[in-house]
Design a protein. Structure first.
Length: 688
């Protein structure tokens, strides 16, 4: 990370934001593998209550440790001054402003374990205020700034069975094998953590000047933030399912009220489904929250509700809005900001209590480095109505931006950082183009994008890679992606789309794959886009390649069982056999309930028809498989099944196993590079 990067005046940055670097950098080198280590992005952007400051987490890659470093930086909104608060060898996160806008709480491992710290801005002093055994999260200041509430895991008591097992005494200096792990919980594993020690998420409070953290909730339940204080400084609102069978009720959550002094709990909502993300209006009279129904289907829009705190009467806002509402935050006592995805873009909008909506910004993004997923976040200042957010574009990762609707038009948006100008500003990138076309399956309109190589010649046809996103209930958009730009840098046209099942196109579109994933339906969405690019004279029909990760890996493995048109394929983290997947992965409970018509032993034909293994006998396409050995979402046993089947069929195949990697197989920068370069090397062998 280059700590000497400076801020460019906001108006200049806005002007440069509209420039197409693919055309501007005509004499620059292409993006190289090592450039990925130099990329940075902003995240956790938090605007102070008085609107004067923005603090954010600056994420950068460390080439020596092969990890992501997280530092805290401060921006003065008036002057644009950009300074580090904490930028050293330690990791920083969860920034949260006190109501006085002079104190900032955050978590850091400065003294070893992750602890809560408070920094006084004017005094330039910092204090560690907790000494706890687990990692705190979801920090929340009381209205008077005297207390901090937070979430933390608490180990569960040993069960009767575990306590009853005889433990022989180990002789001094003896070296025995590791102690067996007893698993009795329904949710016993999680991707990224493996088999978990049994614990429950509980609520704590600590004085803002430091002291003993007091546990406020208990019992075998997981309580969830965000934690919302009432003006009385003695009441918290949070979300939880405190039913006896909560582990079997993944779609249920209620809002609860907690008296901090007495620790008394009161249930606030009982709507069927999940209520969460509560936020209180500045005057304390209205509580906004999100609700998602418990209907057993693969996708449901999340809805916005507002509760009158005195009467506890609830009203639905934007009831007919066919998009999922996320991250509500009050702008003032009568307007809320919220985030939503629409046709491959993340937006922030405002809505009043009469459901009148208007968009504020449409360029949230840029916090996913390797692929162009919809991403990004914002925070609002209820004192000024301004919002700070992560701004992403086709050619840059997330920078810090502020939108203030009270300013004159043309001056409402300011962009305060250019975190990657020193790297990407010196590279010639592929140009991103939008394409819309009809699927050959049923005429459904599909939106997609394609990237042409940096030295693109429109008189030539180029080899094409179709790269398919995961989910499938996720979405891509026109955002910078290191993976796609590397493919383009090596002379490929890179095509990606939001096939049926993707989010940001409404509930009906997201459910078009319900019961049909993977199938000829999504396959047609991909092939129709490829054919459109061949017809445009962009793609070479004799040099076609397919790749994808997770759900995209499934689609890749299924596609090569339906067609021989691809020269080669690269499937990352695929599911090959839905029966074995649902009974071994961490997502089994929710996936079986919402994606399938019944249990695997009851609906075996349905599970088998959706499995790429059912069509593996047709595969002739050389296929690369790339999976983390510790993957708990699509376990590596899935990859092994496909690899061994292709070996038995004598189809060219290679299996790349990434040690110590979970489903987020590209979590380390070296693994982003490894995934890209293995794919490029594999495709090069079959390029005509």
């Amino acid at each position: 990370m280059n700590l000497l990067k400076t801020v460019v005046p906001a108006l200049l940055v806005v002007a440069m934001g509209g420039m197409n670097p693919a055309q501007a950098n005509t004499d620059k080198p292409h993006l190289a593998p090592e450039d990925i280590f130099e990329l940075e992005h902003a995240n956790s952007v938090q605007i102070s209550p008085n609107g004067k400051y923005v603090v954010y987490v600056r994420s950068s890659f460390n080439v020596m440790t092969d990890n992501t470093s997280h530092s805290l930086w401060l921006i003065d909104v008036t002057t644009g001054k950009h300074t580090p608060l904490f930028a050293d060898q330690h990791s920083y996160g969860n920034p949260s402003w006190a109501p006085d806008s002079n104190r900032l709480a955050f978590t850091s491992n400065r003294q070893g374990r992750n602890q809560i710290h408070v920094h006084w801005l004017e005094e330039q002093r910092t204090a560690q205020i907790t000494e706890v055994q687990q990692s705190p999260s979801q920090l929340s200041w009381s209205a008077n700034g005297e207390q901090l509430a937070f979430m933390m895991g608490v180990p569960a008591d040993a069960t009767d069975f575990a306590r009853s097992v005889y433990q022989p005494k180990k002789p001094k200096d003896a070296e025995w094998g590791a102690t067996p792990i007893v698993v009795e919980r329904t949710y016993y594993q999680r991707d990224g953590r493996g088999v978990m020690s049994s614990e429950y998420s509980q609520i704590f409070v600590v004085p803002a000047t430091g002291g003993s953290a007091r546990q406020l909730t208990e019992g075998p339940y997981n309580h969830n933030g965000p934690l919302t204080w009432l003006p009385d400084n003695n009441t918290l609102v949070f979300s939880a399912n405190r039913n006896e069978n909560w582990e079997y009720e993944g779609s249920e959550n209620n809002l609860w009220q907690l008296n901090v002094a007495s620790e008394e709990l009161t249930q606030l909502t009982d709507i069927p489904g999940a209520e969460y993300a509560a936020t209180l209006s500045p005057n304390g009279r209205k509580l906004a929250f999100l609700h998602r129904s418990n209907e057993p289907v693969a996708y449901k829009n999340t809805k916005l509700h507002v509760m009158d705190w005195n009467s506890k009467q609830t009203t639905a806002l934007l009831a007919d809005f066919d998009r999922s509402v996320e991250s509500p935050s009050w702008l003032n006592n009568t307007k809320l900001a919220f985030q939503y995805a629409d046709r491959g873009r993340n937006k922030v909008a405002e809505v009043d209590l009469n459901s009148r909506r208007s968009d504020l910004v449409d360029d949230l993004g840029g916090v996913y480095v390797s692929r162009p997923y919809l991403s990004g976040m914002y925070s609002a200042s209820a004192g000024t109505g301004a919002i700070a957010y992560t701004r992403g574009t086709e050619y840059r990762l997330a920078d810090v931006a502020v939108f203030d609707s009270s300013k004159a038009k043309g001056k409402q948006k300011q962009i305060f950082t250019q975190l990657n100008e020193d790297v990407l500003g010196q590279r010639k990138l592929g140009e991103v183009h939008e394409i819309n076309y009809e699927s050959s399956f049923d005429g459904t309109e599909i939106q997609g994008w394609y990237i042409t190589p940096p030295d693109y010649d429109p008189s030539k046809e180029y080899p094409l890679i179709v790269e398919i996103h995961g989910g499938p209930h996720l979405a891509y958009g026109p955002f910078f992606a290191a993976e796609h730009q590397r493919y383009a840098a090596e002379g490929y046209v890179v095509f990606y789309n939001n096939y049926r099942g993707s989010t940001s196109y409404g509930e009906d579109f997201a459910l078009l794959l319900d019961g049909f994933y993977s199938s000829e339906r999504d396959f047609a969405d991909h092939m129709s886009g490829i054919d459109a690019l061949i017809e445009k004279g962009v793609a070479d029909a004799d040099n076609l390649y397919i790749a994808g990760g997770s759900a995209g890996g499934i689609a890749t493995a299924y596609a090569v069982g339906l067609t021989d048109r691809f020269n080669a394929a690269a499937a990352t983290n695929p599911v090959i056999n839905w029966v074995s997947k649902t009974l071994t992965a961490d997502s089994s409970m929710g996936q079986i309930a919402n994606q399938f018509p019944g249990m695997p032993w009851e609906e075996l034909d349905h599970y088998w028809k959706r499995s790429p293994l059912s069509v593996v006998g047709n595969v002739k396409t050389p296929t690369l498989l790339f999976t983390g050995e510790e993957d708990r979402r699509t376990p590596i046993s899935e990859t092994e099944q496909f690899y061994q089947a292709l070996q038995l069929l004598k189809v060219d195949t290679a299996m790349v196993r990434v040690p110590d990697a979970y489903h987020g197989v590209t979590a380390k920068p070296s693994r982003v590079i490894a995934k890209i370069e293995h794919t490029l090397a594999w495709f090069a062998q079959y390029r005509k």
